[in-house]
Design a protein around this ligand. Structure first.
Ligand code: HEM
Length: 407
C-alpha cells in the first residue's frame, strides 16, 4: 500500500505565490497580506523568496536598502536597443540612477515643493466638490470608480496641461504602463500594443511641446521645457510617469482611506467631530494600508553582503513598505488603526533618492477629499454584503470596486 503525503507548503512557496499575480494560492494574502508580512519579518528581515528575489520586510532593512546606492534602478539596455514604448516609458526619474536621475529630477522637482503644490489647492478642492455634488443625489455609488479615480487624473492632467478631451487617452497610456511594470515578464502582444500607444503619445505631445515652445503656459509641460535641459522624449516620459505614479496610488489611497473609516466607525465619528485631525489621519491611512505595497524593483549593481545574505550583481529585490509600516519595533500597536497616531514616521512614500516626488500633491488631494467628506451631513457605509474583491496585483493594494451608500 502506498501513502501519498501532502507536500509541505513552505513560507518561501507562499511568498513566491504572493509575488505572482494570477496565482490562485495568493487569494488569502491578497485580501490581507499583513499576517504574511509578519511571518516573513519574524523569519528574516531581508527575506529570500524561493525564486531568488529578496524582500526587505522590516523598518530597518527597508531603510537600509532604499538608502544604499548599490541597489540600483538602472537595469535596462542602452536606449538605442529599446523599443519605442520602452524608451518613452522609461526615460524618466523612476528608471534612472545618478547622474541621469539627478539631472532629470532637478528639472522637475521644483514644481512639486510644498509651496508650489499649495498653488493648486483651490483647483483640487473644486474638483472634490464638483465630483461629490451628483453623488449626494444618489442612494448608492461606487466610491472608487465614481469618485476616487477621477480626482488624481483630473488634478495631474490639469497641472500638466492635457486638455479634458484627451484625458481618456492619457488614462489608457498610463494603465498600459502600470501593467508593464508588474513583476512577470510582459508578453510580445503587450509590447506590440504598448508600441502602438507610444506612437500616439509621441504624436500628441510632439504637437503640445511645439505649442509650449512658441507660447509657454502656466502648466508643468512649459516648466519642464525651460532651459532645454531635457530632450522631448524625456519630457514626454516625465509627464507619463507623473500620471502613472499619481493615478492608481492616489485613487486607491482615497478608497482605502474611506474603507478604513467605514470599518472603524468610532474613528470616522472622531474625525467628523474634529476635522482638524484630517492631516494626521491621512498619515495613518498611508501607514496602515497604502496602495503601493512595495518599492519598485531594485537590482544589485555589484556583488556584496547585505543583511547576512551574499548578493550577486544583477540580483533583484523589493522593499516591502507595507511590512515596514507594521513593524512593531518602530510603531507601538502597529496593527491598530489610530487616526491620532503622532509621530508617524511611515515609509509609504519610499525613502532616499527615489522618494515620491508627488508626496505633497498626494497629501493635498487626500486631505482635500476627506476635509470635504467628513463635513458632509451624512456618513457613508458599505453597500452590498459580500467581501471586497481585491486587485490581483503585486504593486497595488486596493479593491476593484467599493459600493457605498449614505447612512
Ligand atoms: C498616496 C499616493 C502616493 C503614494 C503612496 C506614492 C508612493 C511612492 C513611492 C513608494 C515611491 C518610491 C518608489 C521606489 O522607491 O521604488 C514613489 C515614487 C514616485 N512617485 Fe509617488 N506616490 C503617490 C502619489 C504620487 C503622485 C500624486 C505623484 C505625481 C503626480 C507621484 C509621483 C512619483 C514619482 C515621479 C516617483 C519617482 C521618483 C523618483 O524615482 O525619483 N506619486 N511614490
Amino acid at each position: 500500500m502506498t501513502t501519498s503525503a501532502t507536500p509541505e507548503i513552505t513560507l518561501q512557496d507562499e511568498v513566491d505565490a504572493f509575488l505572482t499575480p494570477g496565482d490562485p494560492r495568493r487569494a488569502e494574502a491578497r485580501a490581507d497580506p499583513y499576517p504574511l508580512y509578519r511571518r516573513m519579518r519574524e523569519t528574516d528581515e531581508f527575506f529570500r523568496a524561493g525564486n531568488g528575489i529578496h524582500l526587505a520586510v522590516s523598518y530597518a532593512s527597508v531603510n537600509a536598502m532604499l538608502r544604499d546606492h548599490r541597489w540600483g534602478r538602472d537595469p535596462f539596455a542602452p536606449d538605442d536597443e529599446l523599443q519605442l514604448s520602452q524608451r518613452i516609458f522609461m526615460r524618466n526619474v523612476v528608471f534612472r540612477d545618478a547622474p541621469d536621475h539627478t539631472r532629470l529630477r532637478r528639472q522637475v522637482s521644483s514644481s512639486f515643493t510644498p509651496r508650489m503644490i499649495l498653488r493648486w489647492r483651490e483647483q483640487v478642492a473644486a474638483i472634490v466638490v464638483e465630483r461629490f455634488q451628483p453623488l449626494r443625489e444618489v442612494a448608492e455609488f461606487d466610491f472608487l470608480h465614481d469618485f476616487a479615480v477621477h480626482l488624481p487624473v483630473e488634478a495631474i492632467t490639469t497641472m500638466i496641461g492635457v486638455p479634458a478631451d484627451r484625458r481618456q487617452d492619457f488614462i489608457e497610456w498610463a494603465e498600459m504602463m502600470i501593467r508593464i511594470m508588474e513583476p512577470p515578464a510582459h508578453t510580445e502582444d503587450m509590447l506590440a500594443e504598448a508600441d502602438q500607444l507610444a506612437g500616439a503619445i509621441v504624436e500628441f505631445f510632439g504637437a503640445a511641446i511645439e505649442e509650449r515652445r512658441r507660447e509657454p503656459q502656466d502648466d508643468l509641460l512649459s516648466t519642464f521645457l525651460e532651459g532645454d535641459r531635457l530632450s522631448s522624449d524625456e519630457v514626454i516620459s516625465m509627464c507619463l510617469i507623473l500620471m502613472v505614479g499619481g493615478f492608481e496610488t492616489t485613487a486607491n489611497m482615497l478608497n482605502n482611506g474611506m474603507r478604513l473609516l467605514i470599518e472603524h466607525d468610532d474613528q470616522y465619528d472622531m474625525l467628523r467631530a474634529d476635522p482638524e485631525l484630517v492631516p494626521v489621519a491621512v498619515e495613518e491611512f498611508l501607514r496602515y494600508d497604502a496602495p503601493p505595497r512595495a518599492s519598485l524593483m531594485r537590482v544589485a549593481r555589484e556583488s556584496f553582503d547585505f543583511y547576512g545574505h551574499e548578493i550577486h550583481e544583477g540580483d533583484r529585490a523589493f522593499a516591502l513598505l507595507g511590512a515596514a509600516d507594521r513593524d512593531p519595533r518602530t510603531f507601538a500597536e502597529a496593527d491598530t488603526f489610530d487616526i491620532r497616531r503622532d509621530p508617524n514616521p511611515h515609509v509609504a512614500f519610499g525613502l532616499g533618492t527615489h522618494f515620491c516626488m508627488g508626496a505633497h500633491l498626494a497629501r493635498l488631494e487626500v486631505r482635500e477629499a476627506f476635509n470635504h467628506i467628513v463635513r458632509l451631513p451624512t456618513k457613508l457605509e458599505r453597500a452590498g454584503t459580500g467581501p471586497l474583491d481585491w486587485k490581483d496585483s503585486f504593486n497595488i493594494r486596493g479593491a476593484n470596486s467599493m459600493p457605498v451608500r449614505w447612512t
